[in-house]
Design a protein around this ligand. Structure first.
Ligand code: IPE
Ligand code: IPE
Ligand code: MG
Length: 240
């Protein structure tokens, strides 16, 4: 593929929202929206990789999404199972694609078979570096900061660290996104203007792009539009 953009954001994060409304508009069950949403996720991963994005983070399931009906949560877990199963079976294809996949979020409370598959997919892909794909599952930004704080507190308790020596980098290093750049661009489709507990620490200087389109309708051209808007922004990081 010809180089489409001369410069690109290094890390793009997407809140994959609007599946339920997409289905409702068509008189379908909400779960049908999740099914199409999962296909769109695959396409956007491929496209992001093709144009040369190095890091993509997708919000798939939040720590708050357990509040939904058992049926809906079950369907989302099934879709995840199918995706992981494919990743496990098609090892050679993944090898060629160069996806480095990481699941960010808590494994606690997740079905055991899914956790096992997540571990396999992660460990098989961790030497790849065409594109890093983070999939946020059972993810909450506040819970993630608490996790990092607990790890530092343990070090203080063991006498390895003094409270006065705690730095921002140490907190970042305890997050699921350790060793990765913060997102440059966060995209939320579906017409909602909020973060919903997504990457709240990492988003400190991210640019936001909100879009009216529902996730199952999202296309590579929509990602292009967000990138074009991003490239026109003037990021100052507190300077002048
Ligand atoms: C996003 O779509 C997927 C998940 C949160 C799992 P929604 O299911 O939130 O769709 P809407 O917002 O109800 O339309
Ligand atoms: C955020 O969407 C979570 C995901 C897209 C996975 P929600 O649909 O859960 O967010 P709210 O409830 O509208 O804030
Ligand atoms: Mg939603």
């Amino acid at each position: 593929m010809d180089k489409k953009f001369e410069v690109l954001p290094e890390h793009i994060a997407i809140i994959m929202d609007g599946n339920g409304r997409w289905a409702k508009k068509r008189g379908l069950e909400r779960t049908e929206g999740h099914k199409v949403g999962a296909e769109v996720f695959r396409k956007i991963c491929q496209y992001a990789s093709d144009i040369g994005i190095k890091y993509m983070t997708f919000y798939a399931f939040s720590t708050e999404n357990w509040k939904r009906s058992e049926k809906e949560v079950g369907k989302i877990m099934d879709l995840l199972r199918v995706y992981l199963g494919e990743m496990e079976e098609r090892e050679e294809e993944n090898e060629a694609a160069g996806y480095n996949i990481r699941f960010i979020g808590s494994r606690e409370g997740m079905p055991e078979d899914i956790v096992t598959l997540m571990d396999i997919v992660e460990s098989r892909s961790n030497d790849k570096d065409k594109i890093h794909i983070n999939i946020a599952v059972n993810y909450g930004g506040r819970a993630e900061i608490v996790k990092s704080a607990k790890e530092l507190a343990e070090k203080v308790k063991n006498g390895e660290l003094q409270p006065k020596d705690i730095t921002e980098d140490m907190i970042s290093a305890g997050l699921y996104t350790a060793n990765q750049p913060d997102p440059d661009l966060i995209i939320r489709p579906s017409g909602e203007y909020r973060l919903s507990n997504f990457l709240i620490w990492q988003a400190a200087y991210a640019e936001f792009f909100y879009d009216d389109i529902l996730w199952p309708d999202y296309t590579p051209a929509d990602l292009d539009r967000a990138i074009e808007a991003f490239l026109k922004r003037n990021r100052r990081f507190g300077g002048v």
